[in-house]
Each structure stands twice: as structure tokens, then as C-alpha cells.
Design a protein around this ligand. Structure first.
Ligand SMILES: Cc1ncc(COP(=O)(O)O)c(C=O)c1O
Length: 443
């Protein structure tokens, strides 16, 4: 984040650069220069080390469903801290939390806890491979599923390498990704059932699972269509492959996750972020049959999976409190608030008279500096000019006391109400006007 003079944040960044590569532990916090360092958060507000307070619409990348320092979580975790944080033993806390999560969806017969969404997706891919005996995983172009090598393929391709839309190329993210690994990924066009099925048909008998985020943020935060979901479910069933939903973010959409809105049953679901109540978490839920790969049975143990901090009682306690208090009424209220935000922002865009639009559903939304809502990753892809304008927009919002995910995306928390949405709308109006010149004259 650019800053005119010396601040505590710029001082800290100087120190950080000497000991952390790029000055950070996660690239997410880097934005247009030094990051801003936080002092504390309370509810939906965060105060930085220089004393500036902002309304937090990012919520640690959609992971705090009740905002910061939520008193019921503080109380429960404080009690657990006195009793120990992690053991080489099982705990009642994990059983209680598993019972709660499995009770939220008829699709979750069993659940396995891990420490991050990345791990949950990784466990899901490995489970699908162990269950089917096949190697290939299909995913939609541009979707983000964490930092596992396979999941990263075609996470961020560009016009120079993404190939034909009818059959997107599998593009590695990191230098040095083994080519064999890339060959095991099949990339599907998003929300185009006919094209996606045509790609899948070329890999019949090879696909272990199709992985799908039902509201993929990087594809534009446009919900997946029922027709697309049904086509993928039908194809996977007919071809003995599995269907896995990645609901690391979208589990907030309904009590049983976004999948509750479709008339299908995925075999596996990866969960993370908000289910940890503010602590590191991931989980893989699924049918009894598929989750059986983690069990010792007559076939042996098909997929051993351990993690030193998996299901630690601090996370299990915080997660249980967070999710128990995110009940049907809370979900409904927050989704309604999301609708209020989308309507208000659409009005703001109209009144500012700029080429922009809003996508999203439930408590998630994203503002695009494009006149029309993108339908897939290629349409959501930002040109250099759009990126520049987006950076300016985020900086203008920061200066006006608003913090969003750097794509102008938001994940609401129960600590928010109409007042915070009205503040966002006001700030957005000013921010859009401030970049109007660049929008009308793109580089
Ligand atoms: C859909 C999705 N899957 C997986 C992940 C990875 O989760 P984590 O950052 O906890 O590893 C993310 C993180 O943003 C995500 O959005």
C-alpha cells in the first residue's frame, strides 16, 4: 500500500523485508507497495498500527463469519486454552464439531478435519484417486482451490497461453511444476455444459473427479448454473467418476452450503475458512462410501492421512461456536444484507455513470470495472488498464475507511448491518468518481 510519509507500517515493512521474502508470509497482504499492518480488530472494524480504523469487508479472505474478536468464541477458546491446545490423543471437541457439521447437510455422512482449505482440496483429490484408481482431476479454468500443485494448474492463465475456449490448456502456475502433473489436470470451460462435457468425453475412464467451486471468486463470482451442475453430476455418475464441490468459501451460502441450492449430491465437499471460527482449518466431508478410503477395512487403509495439528481442540472449539451461531436465521439475514449491498452498489454505479457491474450471491459480492457481468474466467480477466483502475479504486476505498478484497470483492460478517453497507455505498460512489478518468481513457 503506497504511503506518503513514514508510518509505523512502513517501518515494520523495512524490518520485514530483511527476514521475510518479499517482506511477507502471504502474498495476499501485498498490494501496490508495502502492506498495512494491523493493530487490532473488533466486530466489523479493524484498526491499523497507525491508528486508522476501517470497515472490514474482506474478513481475512472470507474466513470470519462473525467479524473479529467475537465474544462467544473468545470465551470458549480461552477456556480451552487453559486445558491445552493440541494432544497426541483424540478429543471430544472434534466429535462434537463433526456431529454439528454432518448435521448441516445430508451430503456429509462423514468428515475429516485438516488445517487449511488447501489441505482439504488435496485430501479430496487423493481420496478421489484412491477410490477410483484413476489419476486425472478436472477443474474449471481460472478457479482457485489453494496452493496444492495440481489445484494450481490453470489458476491464472492469460491470453498468451490459455488456448481455445472449447478446450482450455492446462497451464502450470509455478516455475518448475512437473509436466507429468500438469498432464493429469483437465481444464473445463465454466458454465458451458456442452463444451465441458465434450472435453470430459475425451478423458473417459481416466477422470477420478471433477472439482467445482459453485461461486468461483476468480471466475468473476458468478454462481454456477443448475444446468452445468446437473450435467457434471450426470457425466460423473455415468462414467464412474466423483463430483467434488469446493465450498471453502461458499459454505456460508446456506446452512448446508451452496450445494443445498441444487438438486444433486456431490460425493465430496472441501470446507475451510469460516468453519474454523478464526483459526486455521480445513475439512473434507462426503458420502460414507467414498470417505471409507480413510478407514482401515478389508482392503487395508487405502489413504493414510494425518496432520500434527489436525482437529486440534482450539480450532474445533472455535469452529463449533462459530458454526452453531451461524444458524438458519443468521444465514438468511446475512444473505438479505448481501442483496441490499448488491442493489445499492448497482445504483451507485448507475449514478456515477461508469462502466461497472456487481456479481455474487448471498453474502458474497464483487464489483467489476466492466459494463457487463463476466460469464467465465476469460471474461473476468482484467486487462492492464483495468488492473490499474482497480488498484486505484481499492486505494480510494482504503483512504475512505473501507477495506475490501483487492478484486473489489466482499464477504459479509454477522457483525454488519445496513449502516455498514450504506457507508460502503457512499465510499464506492466517491471512489468510482475518482477513477472515472482512467476508466474512460484506458491504457
Ligand atoms: C475455493 C477455495 N478453495 C481452497 C482455498 C484454500 O484455502 P486455504 O487458504 O485455507 O489453504 C481457498 C482460499 O482462498 C478457496 O477460496
Amino acid at each position: 500500500m503506497k504511503d506518503s510519509g513514514e508510518t509505523k507500517s512502513t517501518d515494520l515493512y523495512q524490518r520485514a523485508r530483511a527476514v521475510l521474502p518479499g517482506g511477507v508470509s502471504r502474498n495476499t497482504v501485498l498490494f501496490d507497495g508495502p502492506p498495512i499492518y494491523v493493530d487490532h480488530g473488533k466486530g466489523c472494524r479493524v484498526t491499523d498500527v497507525d491508528g486508522v480504523e476501517r470497515i472490514d469487508f474482506a474478513n481475512n479472505m472470507a474466513s470470519h463469519i462473525h467479524g473479529h474478536a467475537f465474544p462467544p468464541i473468545i470465551a470458549a477458546v480461552t477456556e480451552q486454552l487453559q486445558r491445552g491446545t493440541a494432544f497426541t490423543m483424540a478429543t471430544e471437541a472434534e466429535v462434537r464439531f463433526a456431529e454439528h457439521l454432518c448435521g448441516r447437510s445430508a451430503n456429509f455422512d462423514k468428515i475429516r478435519f485438516v488445517n487449511s482449505g488447501t489441505e482439504a482440496v488435496m485430501a479430496g483429490m487423493k481420496a478421489a484417486r484412491a477410490f477410483t484408481g484413476r489419476a486425472k482431476i478436472a477443474k474449471t479454468e481460472g478457479s482457485y482451490h489453494g496452493a496444492y500443485d495440481y489445484a494450481e494448474v490453470s489458476q491464472a492463465p492469460g491470453p498468451q497461453n490459455w488456448g481455445e475456449i472449447a478446450e482450455p490448456r492446462a497451464v502450470p502456475l509455478a516455475e518448475g511444476t512437473p509436466p507429468g502433473l500438469v498432464d493429469d489436470m483437465v481444464i473445463l470451460p465454466f458454465n458451458d455444459a456442452e463444451k465441458a462435457i465434450a472435453v470430459l468425453d475425451k478423458h473417459k475412464d481416466e477422470i477420478a473427479c471433477v472439482l467445482l467451486d459453485p461461486i468461483p471468486h476468480r471466475i468473476g463470482m458468478v454462481p454456477v448454473t443448475p444446468a452445468y451442475v446437473t450435467a457434471l453430476r450426470d457425466w460423473t455418475t455415468a462414467n464412474n467418476a466423483l463430483l467434488m464441490f469446493d465450498e471453502v468459501i461458499t459454505v456460508r451460502s446456506e446452512v448446508g452450503g451452496m450445494q443445498a441450492r441444487f438438486d444433486i449430491r456431490p460425493d465430496l465437499t472441501s470446507l475451510g475458512k469460516m468453519i474454523g471460527g478464526g483459526f486455521p482449518v480445513g475439512a473434507l466431508a462426503g458420502s460414507d462410501e467414498v470417505m471409507g478410503v480413510f478407514e482401515q477395512d478389508s482392503q487395508g487403509l487405502r489413504l493414510p492421512l494425518s496432520g500434527t495439528f489436525s482437529a486440534n481442540p482450539v480450532t474445533m472449539t472455535a469452529g463449533y461456536v462459530a458454526m452453531s451461531l451461524f444458524d438458519e436465521e443468521s444465514v438468511r439475514r446475512l444473505n438479505k444484507l448481501g442483496g441490499y449491498a448488491r442493489t445499492n452498489l448497482a445504483e451507485v454505479i448507475k449514478s456515477a455513470d461508469v462502466p461497472a457491474c456487481v456479481t455474487g450471491t448471498g453474502s458474497l459480492f464483487r464489483l467489476h470495472l466492466k459494463a457487463d457481468a463476466p460469464g467465465n474466467y476469460r471474461e473476468a480477466y482484467m486487462s492492464a488498464g483495468e488492473k490499474l483502475a482497480m488498484n486505484r479504486l481499492i486505494l480510494a476505498l482504503y483512504s475512505d475507511g473501507i477495506m475490501m478484497i483487492h478484486t473489489a470483492s466482499a464477504a459479509l460478517s454477522t457483525a454488519m448491518g445496513n449502516t455498514e453497507i450504506d457507508r460502503l455505498s457512499d465510499a464506492m460512489h466517491g471512489a468510482l468518481l475518482s477513477i472515472k478518468g482512467i476508466l474512460n481513457d484506458p491504457v
